[in-house]
Design a binder for this molecule. Structure first.
Ligand SMILES: Cc1cc2nc3c(=O)[nH]c(=O)nc-3n(C[C@H](O)[C@H](O)[C@H](O)COP(=O)(O)OP(=O)(O)OC[C@H]3O[C@@H](n4cnc5c(N)ncnc54)[C@H](O)[C@@H]3O)c2cc1C
Length: 438
């Protein structure tokens, strides 16, 4: 990876070496454009990657992916191996497969009326053009309070948005954009391996990635004249096209509600204790999500709340492995006193024990990363859903000719790595298309 600013001119300058920037860059470089990517951080990947905390390696944020991303990367010649693993939901002392499965249906057989009614209503909604309504209204209309009602709302929990703010237009996204999140997959060796592989392929093809290089602003001459701060020194880069993958807050109305930021407890476990082999995520899911998530959303700490845990799967040759436990603090609370931190740890570890009996005896390290600390460590936001804006997503095309936006805060909809990568891919297509028209 090139980390100097010797080259000051390129066809396309991309701001951000996250999944969106790397995907756009690789596609353009493969098509013969000279690409340069600048990132303010010291490693590639943005939210996708790993970091060191007290000499242990943990996942930064995103950790499992849809099959759409795998196909997209293969089409760009990136050879990353993925392994399919399950997400299990622990709800009232029973495990449920997050992906609809026969086992889930069997466990819910006593609630068959709710299941049937909801499945029919979803199918009808996907295949008709009815106006979107909130997930809460939709699910409450078709099911009684109980397991089907709660489990159908679980993805709102994963997104960090209350069911009364999420719209039913969300249901068709996987099908419309081919994200493939109905079959989750994890990169072998962890998420940093995934982004490193894209970055390696990009540089192998002649692309340039400049780390520790923050975009400061630009002006338009014939092309773009872009100011970048590299190691504290201001530099100038000339480019015909500019792609910005940083969060596009100005593209949203001021009053747009934001998803809750995730907090995480980083955990180190002795490898004598086995994490279930074919499982990636275990979600401890409290009943009546509408109520406890409403509390969180309104800035109150609920007595009981859900959280999820996953194993980092980093394939390290050490006698321990690392886990992340994700949970939400009440809206507006972005840090914790050490006393509160201990009480959250106790709550989480007690309940992790229900899902993984015996684990507490094997835990050798725990540390809570609040949204504030996440920002300090990574200079990124820990919101899975930066803006709650369905079905609206800002355009990829900027006001100035040759300026584009990619990343998880612009088109296409979907608050995940798959949508971020696809946005980069689509922007690359638009740039190539504009070149053929010139
Ligand atoms: C806690 C958490 C867990 C998640 N889990 C999952 C998951 O399991 N599966 C999934 O599919 N999705 C998950 N997501 C969502 C997923 O991580 C994101 O949608 C995706 O990684 C966004 O990629 P991106 O390239 O758009 O943005 P980013 O990854 O944020 O990359 C943007 C890059 O731009 C750089 N940048 C910003 N400003 C500047 C500047 N001025 N100058 C230079 N560089 C700049 C940043 O440093 C960053 O590297 C999760 C998100 C979070 C927060």
């Amino acid at each position: 990876m090139n980390n100097s600013l010797n080259v000051k001119q390129c066809d396309v300058l991309i701001i951000g070496a996250g999944l969106a920037g790397l995907t756009a860059g690789l596609k353009l470089q493969r098509m013969g454009r000279q690409v340069m990517i600048v990132d303010k951080r010291r490693q590639v990947g943005g939210l996708c990657g790993t970091f060191q905390l007290d000499d242990y390696e943990f996942v930064i944020a995103c950790n499992d992916f849809g099959s759409g991303l795998i196909d997209l990367l293969r089409s760009l010649g990136v050879g990353v191996e993925f392994i399919h693993k399950k997400t299990l939901i622990y709800y009232k002392n029973q495990f449920y497969d997050a992906a609809p499965s026969l086992a889930t249906v069997w466990h819910l057989r006593h609630h068959w009326r709710d299941l049937l009614s909801l499945a029919t209503a979803i199918a009808r909604r996907i295949f008709s053009s009815s106006e979107p309504v909130t997930i809460e209204d939709f699910i409450d209309l078709h099911t009684q309070q109980g397991p089907v009602n709660d489990l159908a709302k679980v993805f709102c929990y994963f997104m960090g948005a209350p069911p009364y703010d999420m719209m039913t237009s969300f249901f068709g996204l996987d099908k419309e954009y081919g994200y493939g999140y109905n079959r989750m997959a994890c990169p072998v060796g962890g998420p940093q391996k995934l982004v490193d592989a894209i970055a390696e392929e990009l540089t192998r093809q002649g692309g340039i990635i400049l780390l520790d290089s923050a975009y400061l602003g630009h002006r338009k001459d014939q092309g773009f004249v872009v100011d970048v701060s590299h190691n504290g020194q201001q530099q100038c880069i000339l480019a015909d096209n500019l792609v910005n993958t940083a969060e596009q807050s100005e593209a949203y109305p001021d009053d747009t509600k934001r998803g809750l930021p995730l907090s995480m407890m980083c955990v180190v476990v002795d490898s004598d204790f086995s994490y279930p082999e074919n499982v990636h995520t275990l979600c401890y899911y409290e009943s009546n999500i509408s109520e406890w998530f409403r509390d969180l959303d309104q800035g109150k700490k609920p007595r009981e709340f859900g959280f999820h845990v996953f194993s980092s799967d980093l394939n390290q040759a050490v006698d321990y492995y690392t886990l992340n436990v994700y949970f939400y603090l009440p809206r507006g609370q972005n840090s914790l006193t050490s006393q509160d931190s201990e009480s959250y740890k106790e709550y989480l570890l007690n309940r992790v024990e229900y899902m993984l009996p015996g684990i507490n005896k094997a835990i050798r390290y725990t540390e809570i990363i609040t949204p504030e600390r996440f920002k300090e460590i990574h200079d990124l936001s820990s919101r899975v859903m930066p803006y709650i804006s369905y079905p609206y997503k800002p355009s990829n095309i900027g006001q100035e000719q040759g300026l584009y936006f990619a990343g998880h805060t612009v088109y296409p909809p979907g608050e995940h790595a798959g949508a971020a990568a696809l946005s980069g891919y689509l922007v690359a297509d638009k740039i190539l298309e504009s070149h053929t028209k010139q």
